[in-house]
Design a protein around this ligand. Structure first.
Ligand code: NAP
Ligand code: SF4
Length: 672
């Protein structure tokens, strides 16, 4: 008996039978945009189909030029474009999977000067003001969706998903926030719904009864002027009548000021909304957003909260997610930690997606861990993310690997990161690596300090000795009030009520969140702090935010005069800054550190207007988060030897992040 009987049960949607209830949700990777990347896209989907995904949904394809996400972005509107997709659909079918193409019209989210929308209202996240689609152009656009679906059908897709959520064009028609039209496509809520209904109706007409039509419905817009719950339910029923076979669910517009999928969102946060929609319709309903484990997915299905579960990023992290769960090897799943660092942050920076914990994602044809034909002995020194990735990847290739770590546990900087509120999932990455070390029979020596002497018998040595916190030099830096971030996060120091944090990079921000966070907060508090309300009572699901109770008074300081947190990641930085602001953290740029004394931290602040003032922050502790320096003693001792590789923070400490560390570890092992 499987641990996941509901998850692994087949389901028939329209005329298509899926082998299980797991949907690999749509995720734009950048491989969709150029025909030359089609072989890579096929290989990427083939691995996921081989890994057991029931239904794969592609990244979004625009139904016409005006629907582009970016100039020359992905599009499906010609027979030539359709012909190129055959290798994608064949690759998935060869492995027993089904595949649907998502049709996405970006509307005012199009990063082009010729974007269009229901009105001329500009989005706060793009620089371009859209033009209003004329009454006739709306009609033509609805037909373009249907034609695009027909082309997908000709390319061998099992169905399409019409993207009606996340604030794209269809959502822009549905909400009064963006639709103030007075023609047949706006005015009343019924008229605002006409656009998606027409799209589905015309699509069904063109593709016939057997082709699967899915629709991604926005359950919670999380923007002012969004839809009410009654409108969402009415739309779902009308879509069903118009011919959809499957309702997938979406949460929040991209411009919403509530995080919906990043790591600080509690797993399963939105599942109750899908459960609420399910009894309103007869077609299958799919749960999505912030679901990353087979346990959670199974629980949603077993509790009748959905008919299917969609996971997008978890399939970047581990293409074999389903097969591992089915084979009783769920403890070997490489869990998506919802960091966005290598997937969505890449997409928003116009780069190809990959995955922080699986750098092979979207690089299936170029980053290959091929079996070795040699019998080299490989030593990896340091069991942080870089060393773990190198050891596991080298062992996967068939090398005899020994991993040496000076502390009593593996994990390095990740062991600190997982202490940060909202980053608990980082522990899953360490669980994954620990299990892989076991499965691959890597010889692990903890509490072992590697020396040149000890490493003599190895053919290759990968040095991943990591970093040490930087200690700045100013008077009083050795005062008992001064501690380093690792002491705070590993629990060896419990800071007092009033704290100054020196350095406002990723770690300074994390430490400030750690210091102010109320550990008693649960999911209801999380919703309340972000102002998320019942959509039946609050339009768009937004209400007034409940103030946060801060556990400490924190001053977050930096020398630069730029805005604090300016360089944090695009898709998550704004949310981290908002939490600190709501927690009352005083964020002060332009600081110079004069000294630390019994009275506290003495600083001089240069304000944006150029005025200079001095003050003493009466704090109990000063936490240093001033970056790191490489630990390279061993590498220097080995430098004269052949076959020595330096990776991770030991290689470059500046702006080290786990994405670079894990990728470098994997690439080094791939090149051995
Ligand atoms: P960091 O991003 O380099 O920030 C360290 C900060 O310390 C700098 O912003 C710098 O700001 C200050 N600093 C540097 N030298 C100093 C000195 N001698 N005296 C006083 N202040 C000094 O390093 P980090 O915060 O340790 O983060 C390490 C890496 O982990 C980064 O790549 C980061 O992206 C990643 N990370 C990211 C996140 C996230 O995205 N949420 C979270 C954790 C870690 P000033 O010079 O302006 O004072
Ligand atoms: Fe998940 Fe982070 Fe990988 Fe994206 S980069 S798939 S969020 S682990």
């Amino acid at each position: 008996m499987s641990d996941y009987p509901h998850l692994l049960e087949p389901i028939t949607i329209g005329a298509t039978t899926l082998r299980n209830r797991v949907v690999m949700g749509s995720m734009h990777t950048g491989l969709e945009d150029g025909f030359w990347d089609i072989p890579k896209l096929s290989a990427y989907f083939a691995e996921r189909a081989k890994g057991g995904a029931g239904l794969i949904i592609t990244g979004g394809y625009a139904p016409n030029v005006r629907g582009w996400l970016k100039p020359f972005g992905s599009q499906m509107s010609t027979r030539l474009q359709a012909a190129r997709h055959r290798s994608v659909t064949d690759a998935v079918h060869e492995h027993g999977g089904a595949i649907a193409m998502q049709i996405l019209h970006a509307g005012r989210y199009g990063y082009t000067p010729f974007s269009v929308s229901a009105s001329t209202r500009k989005s706060p996240i793009t620089p371009f003001k859209p033009s209003t689609l004329s009454t006739k152009a709306v009609d033509r656009t609805a037909t373009d969706f249907a034609k695009s679906a027909r082309l997908a059908q000709k390319s061998g897709y099992d169905g399409v998903e019409i993207m009606g959520s996340e604030g794209y064009l269809i959502n822009q028609f549905l909400a009064s926030r963006t639709n103030d039209r007075s023609d047949a496509w706006g005015g009343t809520s019924e008229k605002r719904m006409r656009f998606p209904i027409e799209i589905v109706r015309r699509t069904r007409e063109l593709v016939g009864p057997d082709f699967m039509i899915g629709y991604r419905i926005s359950l919670l817009d999380l923007v002012e002027g969004g839809q009410s719950w009654d409108e969402v339910v009415a739309l779902a029923k009308l879509l069903e009548e118009a011919g959809v076979d499957l309702l997938n669910t979406g949460i929040g517009w991209h411009e919403a000021r509530v995080p919906t999928i990043i790591t600080q969102v509690p797993p399963g946060a939105w599942r109750s909304l899908t459960a609420r929609l399910k009894p309103e319709v007869d077609v299958p309903v799919c749960a999505s957003n912030r679901i990353n484990s087979p346990e959670m997915a199974e629980d949603i299905l077993a509790s009748d909260g959905a008919d299917l579960v969609s996971m997008a990023r978890p399939f970047l992290a581990d293409p074999e997610f389903v097969n591992k769960a089915a084979a009783g090897r769920a403890d070997e799943i490489n869990t998506c930690i919802a960091c966005n660092q290598a997937c969505l942050d890449h997409v928003f920076a116009n780069k190809k997606s990959s995955c922080l914990v699986n750098p092979r994602a979207c690089r299936e044809t170029t980053l290959v861990l091929s079996p070795t034909r040699t019998t080299k002995k490989v030593a990896v020194v340091g069991a942080g993310p870089a060393g773990l990735a190198a050891a596991v990847s080298a062992a996967e290739r068939g090398f005899a690997v020994t991993l040496l770590e000076k502390s009593s546990e593996v994990g390095g900087q990740f062991r600190l990161a997982m202490q940060v509120p909202g980053k608990e999932d980082f522990a899953e990455t360490l669980r994954y690596y620990r299990r892989r070390l076991e499965v691959l029979s890597v010889e692990v020596h903890l509490e072992t300090r590697a020396t040149a002497e000890l490493l003599k018998g190895f053919d290759d040595v990968i040095v991943a000795t990591g970093v040490t916190p930087r200690i700045p030099s100013f008077p009083g830096v050795d005062h008992p009030k001064v501690v380093s971030y690792d002491q705070v996060l590993n629990g060896s120091v419990t800071p007092g009520r009033k704290v100054a944090v020196i350095g406002a990079g990723g770690i300074g921000v994390d430490v400030s969140a750690f210091l102010t966070h109320d550990p008693a907060d649960d999911l209801d508090d999380w919703m309340a702090h972000w102002g998320v309300g019942d959509p039946a009572l609050h339009v768009g699901g937004l209400k007034e935010k409940k103030p946060r109770t801060s556990m400490r008074e924190v001053h977050l300081l930096q020398r630069k005069t730029t805005r604090i947190g300016k360089d944090l990641a695009k898709t998550s930085g704004w949310a981290h800054r908002a939490v600190l602001k709501d927690s009352g953290v005083a964020m002060v740029p332009g600081v110079s550190y004069d000294k630390v004394s019994d009275a506290g931290l003495h600083i001089t602040v240069t304000s944006p207007d150029g005025s200079v003032s001095s003050e003493v922050l009466d704090v109990d502790h000063v936490v240093l988060c001033a970056g790191q320096e490489s630990v390279r003693g061993l590498y220097d001792d080995l430098a004269a030897r052949e076959g020595v590789h330096l990776i991770g923070g030991a290689d470059v400490a500046a702006e080290l992040d786990a994405k670079r560390a894990i990728e470098q570890g994997t690439r080094t092992a791939a090149a051995l």
